[in-house]
Design a protein around this ligand. Structure first.
Ligand SMILES: [Zn+2]
Length: 348
């Protein structure tokens, strides 16, 4: 199923925003606008920049559910100036530079000036030779134009449909989570829920799961659901294919899944009429940091996959987004203190 108009608009607008770790300002401002427009005025923050909307239950001491997604995307900062005017960059997050040659870049200075550039040399075979050209004739001209060390640089990619239910964009990792979070808040806005619902964006995931544990201390949830976009594979015999549905992510090096939560997720997908696929990977998500915080937190990954994440051109399937949404709505509609006790009882 192709994305509907609302889904398309949200995913397009969110993936076209720029925000690397510690530069999530535009993303946070956009989320805040969406949350307030939906009537969520109760917002919680930490000191790093994460922000969550809170829907409080009428029930006293209700359990707390936190739905996390990270705001930041992979990108670069200015790391040096060459005599020939080109700019040396430092990647922020895991990037294969050799997959980033056929694209344009946006550099934003501290005062908000924008420069558009491209790789100095598109034929390099050594990532150490990666430099960007923004049209400056030498290093003095670049500095005089206002470019400085630590300015943010991001990919320029216009969101577009690539044929039957396939979409190309940057940063679907992890604006997927923010779009879905907004839709969840919209869906439940007139419900009385038997739990406190926190939905929002954490910062600095791509540099090592740094933001989520901080906001976690503020929220102190009983259940955390982590939305993220994982790497899809092309090989038939490996796990993670676009168009095959929600990921039941049972293992990565940072977390062995809670088997009771995977079971609950799978049953919910079946009941909601959503496709699902088992998934394991070498990459981590915020779940890796969250589940071992506090006294241990029941944590579940609720992910989709996309081809070529962490590059300027990722491709995802609209139906995967919809399968994740259907299943998450079903899970939340059937969650309460009793369900929590049931899930916790399996570890006592
Ligand atoms: Zn991610």
């Amino acid at each position: 199923m192709s994305l509907n108009e609302r889904e398309y608009k949200l995913l397009k607008e969110l993936t076209e925003l720029d925000g690397i770790a510690s530069f999530e300002d535009d993303i946070r401002a956009r989320l805040k606008k969406e949350y307030l427009a939906l009537g969520y005025t109760d917002l919680v923050y930490d000191n790093l920049g994460s922000m969550f909307a809170l829907k409080k239950s009428k029930i006293k001491n209700a359990p707390k559910v936190m739905i996390d997604g990270h705001m930041d995307e992979v990108g670069f900062i200015v790391a040096g100036f060459e005599k020939d005017g080109s700019i040396r960059v430092a990647p922020i997050g895991g990037i294969n530079l050799l997959k980033c040659l056929d694209t344009k870049y946006r550099l934003r200075t501290a005062t908000g000036k924008i420069f558009v550039g491209e790789p100095q040399n598109k034929d390099i075979t050594d990532p150490n030779d990666f430099k960007l050209n923004f049209g400056f004739k030498d290093d003095f001209e670049a500095k005089n134009a206002g470019v400085n060390y630590f300015d943010m640089i991001t990919f320029i990619t216009e969101f577009k449909e690539m044929g039957e239910d396939r979409y190309l964009c940057k940063a679907i990792d992890n604006r997927y989570s923010l779009a879905l979070g907004i839709e969840i808040l919209d869906y439940f806005k007139n419900f009385d829920l038997p739990f406190d619902l926190y939905v929002g964006g954490s910062v600095q995931e791509e540099v090592g799961l740094r933001g989520a544990p901080c906001i976690l201390n503020v929220v102190q949830p009983d259940l955390a659901i982590v939305l993220d976009c994982s790497r899809a594979v092309k090989e038939e015999n490996m796990l993670g294919h676009i168009g095959e549905g929600l990921l039941l992510r049972f293992f990565d090096p940072s977390m062995v899944a809670f088997k009771e939560l995977i079971e609950w997720q799978k049953e919910s997908a079946i009941k909601a009429g959503a496709k699902y696929q088992y998934f394991l990977t070498r990459g981590g998500t915020n779940a890796g940091a969250i589940h071992k915080s506090l006294n241990g937190v029941l944590t579940l990954n609720h992910c989709i996959c996309a081809i070529d994440i962490h590059t300027p051109k990722s491709i995802f399937a609209g139906s995967d987004y919809q399968d994740a949404k259907k299943t998450l709505i079903y899970m939340l509609e059937h969650f309460d203190q009793k369900k929590l006790d049931e899930l916790k009882a399996m570890r006592i």
